[in-house]
Every structure is written in C-alpha cells, then in structure tokens.
Design a protein around this ligand. Structure first.
Ligand code: HEC
Ligand code: HEC
Ligand code: HEC
Ligand code: HEC
Ligand code: HEC
Ligand code: HEC
Ligand code: HEC
Ligand code: HEC
Length: 648
C-alpha cells in the first residue's frame, strides 16, 4: 500500500507543474505532454506494484508449511537434480501423511454428511473447495469450524479442524477407512476399551503427531500469539531422512562441486542413511518408528523448535527410546505417569513391542542386529528401500505398499545373510516342511504376525524362533500355533522338541487338550483376541488348519466388547465364507448384531453331520459335529478383561 500512496502523492504534487508545461508548449508538443501525463502515472503504478509484494495473508488458525526455512531447503528444490528419487518419494505414503484438506487430497466424497457420534450430532460439509465440521450444540445450534488438514492416505484418513486457539488443531471424531470405504469413529479405529474415548483436542497434533508426521517441525507452543506451529514440510519429506539440505543445495549450485560429487565419495553436505553405521542408519527410521520422548534437558527447546534429532546423529543424545526395563528412569517417569497404560499395553511382558509402526524396538532386539558384525548387521534397509531402484520392474504403487526391496517379501530377506538355507536340502532339513510350503517361509516362523495396529496384524519385527516357553511366559502366540490354528500347545512343544531339540515346558490340561488359538481367542486379552481374529482369516493359516471350524470362534469375536476386535473378526469371517454377514454391523445395535450372528451359527450347526466322527475334540467339537457350548462358556468366563490400548 505504501508505494501506491507515495506514487499518488508524487503524482498530485506534479500535476500543476505538468498542466502549466502543457499549456506553455506549442500545439505540436501538446500531444507529447498528454502522453507523458498518462504514461508517467501508469509507469509509477506498475513500478509501485513491483515493489509491493502481492497481498499475502497467512492464515492464523492452522499450522504453517514453510516449504523450507532455516537449514531446510524443501523437497521442491531436489527434483531438478534427483528426479528419480523425487518420483519414488512422490509415490510413497510417507509424502502424503499430512496434507492440507483440499479436494485433491481428501479421499472420501464429502458433500454433506451427518453422523451420530455417542449421542452427538456431527456434520461434515464441502462448500466449494473447502470443508467444514459442525457439531450440534443444544440451543446454540450448529457450531462450525473449518477442516484444514488431513492425516493418512493408506489405511485411514483422519481430519483436523481449527480449534480457535492459535494454530492448534482438533481431530474430527470420525475417520475414513480407505480399503472398506466406510466412516468409523476413531474410538473404533484404534484398539481401546469400548468406554474409552480417543483424545481429540488439547493441541495433540501440535505436540504429539507433528513430530512423526511432518518434516522439520517447530512446535512454538509458547509463542506470544499462542500455539504457533510451523513445519518445514507437511508429510515425511526428503529432509526427514537426509537431514536439512540447504547447505547441500547451495554447494551443488557450483558445477565443480557437482562434478566432484558425481565422481563418488560421501557428500558431507547431506546424510545418506545407507552410508551410516547400522546403528545410526536404524536411528534415522527410529526417530519416528519407535516410542520415544525428548530428553528432559531439551524440554524447553523442544516446546519451541521441536525435536533436536537430525539424521546421522546419535538418537540417544536427544531422545530416550521407551523400553520396559527403563520404567524407573527418572526422565521417563513423568511421561509414564501421564500415560500409565503405555508400558503394559504397548509391550508384551518380556519387553517386545506389540504395536505396529514402532519397528525400531523389534529391530534392535533382534539377534541379527544386536549380534551383527558391521557388514552383516541387519537394519531397516536390509529389507526396505526408500526409493524404488531404477532397475526394479514393479509399478511404483506396488513398491509403495510397505516399501520393500525386490524379493524382500520372501526368504531372500534372510538368506542374504544366512545363505546356508538357499540350498533346498538345507532348507527342508531346517524347516521340516516341503520347500514350497508356507511352513518353510523364514518370515512365518521367525517374524510371525504378532504385532497389531491399524486394524490388522503385522509381522513382529523382532526376529525370534518359535517357542512354547515364550508363549507361556508372555501370552504372545508362537509361530507354529498361529498357522496351525487347530493344534494344541502340547503338539507344538512336541514337534519343537523332536525336530529342533527345544526343551519341553510343563503344560496344564487345557494346554494339552484345547487348540491354542481357541484359548487365545476366548480367554486372551483384547490384543491377543485381535491378533487371533486377524490370523483366523489368513489364507496360509486356514490352508494349514482347515477353515470350517473357525466360524463359531470368529462369531464369538464378532460379539467382542472391543470395536476393533469385532471389525477384524468380521473381515476374517468374510474371507472364510467368501461373503458378507447379512445384517451385521460391527458398530450397530448389539441385539441386531446377535440376530445376524445367530443365523450364521444356525447355518454352521446345520453342517454338523459332515463333521461327525472326525477327531475334533481339541476344537471343542463333539462327536456329533456340534460345538461344546458348555466348555466355550467356561473358557469365556476366564477371559482376561484387562484394559488394552493399541492406538496409533
Ligand atoms: C543442484 C543439484 C542438486 C540439488 C538441487 C540437490 N542435490 Fe543432492 N546431490 C547432488 C549431487 C551432484 C550429488 C552427488 C552425486 C550423486 O550421488 O548423485 C548429490 C547427492 C545427494 C545424496 C547422496 C549423498 C551421499 O553421500 O551418498 C543425497 C541423499 C542427496 N543428494 C539428497 C538431496 C536432497 C534431499 C535434495 C533437496 C533438498 C538435494 N539432494 C538437492 C546434486 C544436487
Ligand atoms: C512415534 C511416531 C508417531 C507419532 C507420535 C504418531 N504417529 Fe501416527 N503413525 C506413525 C507410523 C510409523 C505410522 C505407520 C504405521 C504402520 O504403517 O503400521 C503411523 C500411522 C498413522 C495413521 C495411519 C495412516 C495411514 O495412511 O493409514 C494414522 C491415522 C495416524 N498415524 C494417526 C496419528 C495421530 C492422530 C497421531 C497424534 C495423536 C499420531 N499418529 C502420532 C508414527 C507416529
Ligand atoms: C523416509 C526416508 C526417506 C525419504 C523421505 C527420502 N529418502 Fe532419499 N534415501 C533414503 C534412504 C534410506 C536411502 C538409501 C537407499 C534406499 O533405501 O533407497 C536414500 C537414498 C537417496 C539418494 C541416493 C543416494 C545414493 O546412494 O546415491 C538420493 C539422491 C536421495 N535419497 C534423495 C532423496 C530425495 C530428493 C528425497 C525427497 C524427494 C528423498 N530422498 C526422500 C531415505 C529417504
Ligand atoms: C519423520 C518420521 C518418519 C521417518 C523419519 C521415517 N518414517 Fe516411515 N513412516 C512414518 C509414518 C508417519 C508412516 C505412515 C505413513 C502412511 O503409511 O501413511 C510411515 C510408514 C512407513 C512404512 C509403511 C508404508 C506403507 O504405508 O505401506 C514403511 C515401510 C516405513 N515407514 C519405513 C521407514 C524406514 C525404513 C525409515 C527409515 C529409512 C522410515 N520409515 C523413516 C514416519 C517416518
Ligand atoms: C528382515 C526384513 C525386515 C526388516 C529388517 C525390517 N522390515 Fe519392516 N517389514 C518387513 C516386511 C516383510 C513387511 C511386510 C509385513 C506384512 O506383511 O505385514 C514389513 C512392514 C513394515 C511396515 C508396514 C507395517 C504395516 O502397517 O503394514 C513398516 C512401517 C516397517 N516395516 C518399518 C520397518 C522399520 C522402521 C524397520 C527398521 C527399524 C524395518 N521395518 C525393518 C520386513 C522387514
Ligand atoms: C543383514 C544380515 C542379516 C539379515 C538380513 C538377517 N540376519 Fe539373522 N542374523 C544375522 C546375524 C549377524 C546374526 C547373529 C550371528 C549369528 O548367530 O550368526 C543373526 C542371528 C539370527 C538368528 C539367531 C541365531 C541364534 O543362534 O540364536 C536367527 C533365528 C536369525 N538370525 C534368523 C533370521 C531370519 C529369519 C531372517 C530374515 C527374516 C534374518 N535372520 C535376517 C544377520 C542377519
Ligand atoms: C517351521 C518353522 C521354521 C522355518 C520356516 C524356519 N525356521 Fe529357522 N528356526 C526354527 C526353529 C524352531 C529354530 C530353533 C530354535 C531354537 O533352537 O531355539 C530355528 C533356528 C534358526 C536359526 C538359528 C540356528 C541355526 O540353525 O543356525 C537361524 C539362523 C534360522 N533359524 C534361520 C532361518 C531362515 C533363514 C529361514 C528361512 C530360510 C528359517 N530359519 C526358516 C524354525 C523355523
Ligand atoms: C505359515 C504357516 C505354517 C507355519 C508357521 C508352520 N507350519 Fe507346519 N504346516 C503348514 C502347512 C501348510 C502344512 C501342510 C503340509 C505342507 O505344506 O508342508 C504343515 C504341516 C505340518 C506338519 C505335518 C502335518 C501335521 O499337521 O501334523 C507338522 C507336524 C507341522 N507342520 C509342524 C509345524 C511346526 C512345529 C511349526 C512351528 C515350528 C510349523 N509347522 C509352522 C504350515 C505352517
């Protein structure tokens, strides 16, 4: 505005002079003066416009993406020199973790939706290219806020609206489940006791989610204007893994430097996780893929400028990774007091991580990392590649799902370091299963599906060997019984002893006579039940164990008090039966649900004659092919009702 005002003042002051000069000039010159009279103001205004930056109104009610700032350069600046790396990153779910809520990025179609959420009326509306969340608040009518940001683009998408308190955001209580294309309450998306409510406000995005879901966050929690969070970039961008790169970009503007770089050798202006020591490399991922807290001495700095860790640093210098055996650590105690369920829910009793997305704990507890010897030390990059290599024929979308290297879903992930088992005879001698059997896959015995998150089981990232002893001590299902769902612990202990010389533990009557999967499904805690609900729908397990008998147990899990268990069980029953369960809504009215399930049980019972005479006692099926309801009830009465929280 100021340059325009100055231009006007100058023009006004010169006006009489100009008028005088024009009058004094001869008729031939008048035209020129007239032209000057028009040209000068126009030119002044154009110049003033160039001086004045375009009016820039930075919104004040949401976090700001600076696209760089400080030492950060932003991903936009890398593309020119690293187009391939840029392209694969663009296809990754890392990139789209945090995004502004625009029609291109919001996955569900939202015109005008209403939800009943624990008795509250909620609304989500699109107007033009903007989205609004509303809540019906008694006499006040609809209270409305703009939805400005999204989280997630793979399994879930969640939505954040402005809180009215600076740049703090509040989570909309309903989220979108992408594969099933349904809305569900966040309380159901995460595994938590049914009476528990997912925390939505209180600057959670700005204090919690921000550190793993963005790049270069500056929390600015105590700015004069309130919470004033800014990030170098939304999403997990180049510099989250390679470190701030302004210096690298500047250095490479110099062609000589670029030339030297192409000749090879590490570039000191940038971090390449593949060239760090195994520990430092794993920590690049561990800054987000672990449960950790900022060191107490850095608390002030954290509240202002965010986590201090930068790729290549030693993680422990700035953050403490939460581990069960550190529960008395004075730096951790205040955090554990605020979240007392953290240790008991997130970890198995022996300290193994139970929650997905926190794979760093699993890696560092694995012998392949802990007992590695430099060259042969497992890191995340032994199996994952964060950019699809140029000679990799897979479509980017296929690679982006789990970002595994080519062949790394199979045995090569292990035989790269344990080459002995590439030999088929060695393999069979080791696994005791046919070479192409699912029972011969390294992952399935050494990294079974015993972690849980985002409504599914994922592979434990702790390399272990099947052990009934460990199951007894921790409740964590062992790999043999997780695939051989129809077998008892006793059976597994026998085989493990006979084939691998593993010492056999003492077992009680039930453990000798009832299939282990049934004990976990009926008596286990909510986390164990969720794992079983998922594994009872897994093709490999059903092929090894038969699928008919799992129906009544999945039905029981579809009645579970935990929403998440019901959801996972319903999905498994669908894959067992090849069709939906008519009338069953995992969030619906319990009476209607029971009715729908009763029909499934009736159908299943009608097929009893086909089961008659088979030896199915360990599956609690009597000699007539029917379910031994009394035993099932007795087991249910012994269920572990402790509260379990496995939220993201
Ligand atoms: C002006 C060109 C240029 C720009 C812009 C640029 N780089 Fe580089 N970068 C290079 C050159 C040259 C090398 C060295 C040769 C190579 O590995 O390609 C390099 C190497 C790297 C390496 C490997 C270093 C190593 O030691 O192995 C990484 C990682 C990297 N750049 C990341 C980035 C990121 C992230 C950005 C954007 C913030 C970026 N680069 C922007 C030119 C550039
Ligand atoms: C310690 C780092 C960390 C923190 C803190 C964190 N997340 Fe995440 N989040 C992750 C990781 C890692 C994944 C991927 C997990 C996986 O794929 O199994 C993830 C995945 C998710 C997903 C699923 C994304 C998708 O595309 O399907 C949602 C939703 C989510 N987080 C929400 C949140 C919210 C809300 C917060 C804050 C209250 C939060 N997270 C805090 C690391 C974190
Ligand atoms: C989530 C972590 C992560 C993100 C995000 C990421 N990278 Fe990488 N990048 C890696 C890792 C790990 C490697 C080592 C090889 C691999 O895994 O693909 C790597 C390798 C590279 C290399 C090759 C270095 C060499 O060996 O010559 C370049 C260049 C690079 N990245 C640039 C980028 C650019 C540019 C972006 C953003 C557009 C980006 N990276 C985003 C983790 C990441
Ligand atoms: C700044 C935090 C951050 C860093 C650093 C990071 N990740 Fe992630 N990672 C996430 C989050 C958040 C997600 C969830 C994204 C999604 O799936 O929507 C995720 C997802 C993933 C996924 C699942 C992708 C999918 O959806 O299928 C893999 C695999 C992964 N990360 C591996 C790594 C590895 C390996 C490294 C280290 C080289 C790494 N990440 C570094 C935060 C991070
Ligand atoms: C030995 C190989 C191996 C190593 C080492 C490894 N992963 Fe994985 N990872 C896998 C496989 C295989 C999957 C796919 C699992 C599945 O099918 O559920 C996976 C899946 C994931 C996922 C996606 C989980 C989901 O929700 O689907 C994330 C995130 C992840 N890994 C992160 C990491 C991180 C971080 C590290 C290092 C701390 C790491 N992984 C080390 C093999 C590995
Ligand atoms: C990057 C190399 C590397 C990779 C990849 C790797 N390991 Fe290992 N593994 C090791 C090292 C090193 C040791 C410890 C030294 C030893 O006992 O040979 C080890 C130890 C083990 C042990 C324990 C041995 C014992 O005596 O207790 C098992 C079991 C194991 N690995 C299985 C696997 C499986 C299964 C995979 C694939 C999912 C795998 N490893 C992937 C390097 C690796
Ligand atoms: C059917 C289950 C099963 C499969 C499949 C399996 N293992 Fe094992 N593995 C075991 C058991 C059981 C042990 C011994 C446990 C013990 O001694 O406590 C073991 C031990 C090991 C050991 C340590 C002892 C040794 O013999 O060196 C390594 C390493 C290992 N396995 C690697 C692998 C690799 C690599 C694959 C895939 C090629 C694989 N395993 C497939 C069950 C399996
Ligand atoms: C991922 C699935 C899977 C895992 C894990 C697995 N198996 Fe198997 N197993 C099979 C399949 C499938 C068969 C059927 C024959 C075949 O394909 O080899 C089988 C067959 C068997 C048999 C012979 C048939 C029977 O039922 O008596 C025994 C014994 C056996 N497995 C024991 C084990 C033991 C012990 C473990 C753990 C160390 C184990 N299996 C782990 C899939 C698995």
């Amino acid at each position: 505005v100021i340059p325009y005002a100055l231009a006007l003042i100058v023009a006004a002051a010169l006006w009489p002079l100009w008028a005088e000069a024009r009058r004094a000039a001869g008729p031939g010159r008048r035209l020129a003066w007239r032209g000057l009279g028009l040209g000068v103001p126009v030119a002044t205004f154009v110049l003033a416009g160039a001086v004045e930056p375009p009016p820039h109104r930075e919104p004040t009610d949401r976090p700001i993406e600076r696209m760089g700032g400080g030492d950060f350069a932003s991903s936009d600046r890398c593309r020119a020199c690293h187009p391939e790396h840029d392209a694969s990153w663009r296809a990754s779910f890392h990139r789209t973790m945090t995004q502004p809520a625009t029609p291109e990025r919001v996955i569900p179609t939202i015109d005008s939706l209403e939800f009943d959420h624990h008795g509250d009326r909620l609304r989500l509306e699109r107007r033009g290219d903007r989205y609004f969340a509303g809540i019906l608040a008694g006499a006040e009518g609809w209270v409305e806020r703009e939805v400005v940001q999204t989280t997630g683009s793979h399994h879930f998408q969640t939505f954040w609206f402005t809180s009215g308190r600076g740049r703090e955001l509040t989570l909309f209580p309903m989220c979108w489940r992408i594969d099933e294309a349904i809305w569900m309450p966040l309380d159901a998306a995460f595994l938590m006791p049914p009476e528990h409510r997912q925390a939505l406000g209180g600057a959670r995005w700005n204090t919690v989610c921000v550190s793993c879901h963005t790049t270069g966050p500056e929390l600015r929690l105590r700015a004069p204007t309130g919470v004033d969070t800014r990030v170098a970039e939304f999403g997990i961008a180049c510099e989250a893994c390679h470190g701030p790169a302004e210096a690298h970009v500047a250095a490479n503007r110099n062609p000589l430097h670029r030339y030297r770089g192409r000749l090879g050798g590490a570039d000191p202006s940038i971090t390449n996780p593949a060239e760090l020591s195994p520990q430092r490399s794993a920590e690049v991922c561990g800054q987000c893929h672990a449960v950790s807290v900022e060191r107490a001495a850095l608390a002030e700095r954290w509240a202002a400028s965010g986590p201090s860790y930068r790729p290549g640093d030693e993680l422990a210098a700035t953050r403490i990774v939460v581990e069960k055996h550190r529960q008395d650590d004075p730096e951790l105690r205040p955090h554990l007091e605020r979240a007392p369920e953290l240790l008991d829910s997130t970890f198995w009793s022996d300290g193994q991580i139970r929650l997905s997305g926190r794979e760093y704990h699993g890696l560092v507890a694995s012998p392949c990392y802990a007992r590695g010897d430099g060259q042969r030390t497992m890191t995340c990059l032994s199996c994952h590649v964060l950019h699809r290599p140029t000679d990799d024929p897979r479509p980017l979308a296929e690679w982006a799902d789990d970002q595994l290297g080519l062949g790394m879903r199979g045995d090569s992930a292990c035989t790269q370091c344990h080459p002995r088992f590439r030999d088929e005879r060695e393999l069979v001698a080791h696994t005791r299963h046919a070479p192409d059997s699912s029972g011969s896959r390294c992952y399935d015995c050494h990294m079974p599906y015993t972690s849980y998150g985002l409504l599914k089981a994922i592979r434990s990232h702790t390399v272990t060997s099947p052990s009934v002893q460990e199951t007894l001590a921790t409740g964590r299902p062992n790999a043999c019984n997780l695939c051989h769902l129809d077998r008892t612990l006793d059976w597994a202990a026998d085989r493990l002893h006979e084939w691998w010389g593993v010492e056999r533990p003492a077992l009680d009557d039930e453990q000798r006579s009832v299939a282990a999967s049934i004990l976990w499904a009926l008596r286990g805690d909510a986390g164990q039940r969720a794992l079983l609900a998922w594994n009872m729908g897994r093709d490999e397990a059903l092929a090894a164990s038969g699928s008919d008998w799992v129906t009544p147990y999945l039905v029981e899990l579809m009645r579970d008090p935990y929403h998440a268990v019901r959801f996972v069980a319903a999905r498994s029953l669908r894959s067992v039966r090849g069709r939906d369960t008519p009338g069953y809504d995992f969030l619906g009215d319990p009476a209607a649900r029971d009715l729908a399930l009763a029909r499934i049980v009736t159908e299943w019972s009608a097929a009893a004659p086909a089961r008659r005479g088979h030896d199915l006692g360990r599956l609690l099926i009597d000699s007539n092919g029917g379910l031994r309801v009394d035993v099932v009830r007795a087991l249910l009465a012994g269920r572990d009702h402790r509260h379990v929280y496995l939220g993201e």
